[in-house]
Design a protein around this ligand. Structure first.
Ligand code: AMP
Ligand code: ZN
Length: 461
């Protein structure tokens, strides 16, 4: 399999450290709020990669963190902890906030047929590993203490910037760095923060009560579960210049060698050609899509139509068009489900399947792969073999192609449900005149009443 490595800036053949096994770390959500469709695009990318590796026969050991402490409102260590801020605003504890948004996240990814990695560790349950990592850096002279925390010494490390290819001065110019007199270099980043008394989440450490920096979480948990070197690390492109550069610096400094061989990054999802932002009110969630009658898997289909290294632009017109195409796809596959076998379709199916997997193995060219499925469905034949081939492709696509399309049941108006309840009551009271009148009203509104021993329901006529 060929994959694009941000480190080398090239597509490379994947060579794993352990034969037949891929160990992979994916930056996970900070659970202070709902995941938006941009975040979810990045997890669709992670899921496609995992499915492709599995289909190629690799065993997978994947880790995706849940960040429930330490991610400040700016990725570059400035501002307030996002969890603390949400807890204060919603008058809850940080753990309650984390539990709520983690659950919603798990429901959202499940609705998108994203299967989570094998291990999904929480940052707050790995504080000792993080402290040990920071201690190691202190002992090796790569970290120093200030009044407000422990910082990584970028000048002492000397190799900062291998991923983003920016030199330090460019990095600093691009980042909004808060003034901190005690930092040796403006881009030195926090490994550990000392906690003011009012800080809700804090743990004992050799440097007093405090909490971990966000970047150390990924390095410490990756090391714990995947070892000192592992194969792939994924995330969104926004993490290249700060978060992943910091992960590389602290791991390489501690271990004496890089921890990760391949860095892979998913491009951004834009909305109306601009950035998604809370202030513009365009950080849509799965729930927002549902409110507009967009199926979660229509969103997945929308994501599959762009290569993961290209930007996608979300508009309501574009997602509605994707939903139409997705429903056509489900129907086209279903048309072959009960079709008789046709051996003359076999060569065409085999050719399509090979072309499909060649595209997937070429740095996850899923849009191209999807094109082969469409070509097969439009080739003018109907055959069981075509159905079977589509399902083999669905091992990568994850679009529930075996389920067909069922138009969602229309919501029954509340007013009619109230009438049905009143009719049930009237019948219980043997008030036949009232129950007949309510039945007639319900019928006149276009619904029939289905009575059964379990109760009565309404069916559209
Ligand atoms: P966060 O919870 O902010 O750490 O983000 C979770 C993941 O979503 C990270 O891998 C980010 O790089 C990614 N991400 C954030 N915004 C977008 C976006 N607009 N499009 C695609 N991925 C994004
Ligand atoms: Zn991370």
């Amino acid at each position: 399999m060929q994959i694009y490595n941000t480190l080398s800036g090239k597509k490379e053949e994947l060579k794993t450290i352990r034969p037949g096994e891929v160990r992979m770390y994916s930056c996970g959500p900070t659970v202070y709020s709902f995941a938006h469709i941009g975040n979810l695009r990045t997890y669709v990318f992670m899921d496609l990669l995992r499915r492709a590796l599995k289909t190629d026969g690799y065993r997978l050991l994947g880790v995706m963190n849940i960040t429930d402490v330490g991610h400040l409102t700016s990725d570059a260590d400035a501002g307030e902890d996002k969890m603390e801020k949400a807890a204060r605003q919603q008058k809850k504890t940080p753990l309650e906030i984390a539990a709520y948004y983690t659950n919603v996240f798990k429901e959202d990814v499940a609705a998108l047929n994203i299967s989570l990695p094998e291990i999904v560790p929480k940052a707050t349950e790995h504080i000792p590993e993080m402290i040990a990592f920071v201690q190691g850096l202190m002992e090796k002279g790569y970290a120093y203490e200030t009044d407000d925390g422990i910082y990584f010494d970028i000048a002492r490390y000397g190799r900062y910037g291998v991923l983003s290819k920016l030199d330090l001065e460019e990095q600093i110019a691009g980042a909004r760095v808060e003034v901190n007199d005690q930092k040796r270099h403006p881009a030195d980043f926090a490994l550990w923060k000392k906690a003011p008394k009012e800080h809700l989440q804090q743990w004992e450490s050799p440097w007093g009560m405090g909490y971990p920096g966000w970047h150390i979480e990924c390095s410490a948990m990756g090391r714990k579960y995947l070892g000192d070197t592992f194969d792939i690390h994924t995330g969104g492109v926004d993490h290249i210049p700060v978060h992943h550069e910091n992960e590389i610096a602290q791991s390489t400094a501690l271990l004496g060698h890089p921890a990760v061989n391949y860095w892979m990054h998913g491009e951004f999802m834009m909305v109306d050609n601009g950035k998604m932002s809370k202030s513009l009110g365009n950080t849509y969630t799965v729930a927002d899509l549902r409110k507009e009658n967009i199926l979660p898997l229509s969103f997945r289909y929308f994501c599959l139509n762009a290569h993961y290294r290209n930007k996608i632009n979300f508009t309501w017109d574009a997602i509605r068009a994707a939903q139409k195409a997705y429903i056509r796809l489900l129907e086209a596959v279903a048309a072959n489900k009960n079709a008789p076998s046709d051996p003359s379709a076999e060569p065409m199916c085999e050719e399509s399947l090979n072309a499909f997997f060649d595209a997937v193995n070429d740095d996850l060219n899923v849009p191209k792969a999807l094109g082969y499925l469409w070509n097969l469905l439009r080739a003018g034949k109907t055959a069981k073999e075509i159905y079977d081939t589509a399902l083999k492709m669905d091992a990568i696509l994850g679009l529930d192609l075996d389920k067909g399309y069922q138009a969602p049941e229309e919501d029954i108006p509340q007013e009619l449900l109230d009438k049905l309840a009143r009719r049930t009551q009237a019948r219980r009271e043997k008030n036949w005149a009232l129950s007949d009148r309510l039945r007639d009203e319900i019928n006149a509104a276009g619904y029939a009443i289905a009575d059964s021993p379990q109760g009565s329901t309404l069916v559209k006529k």
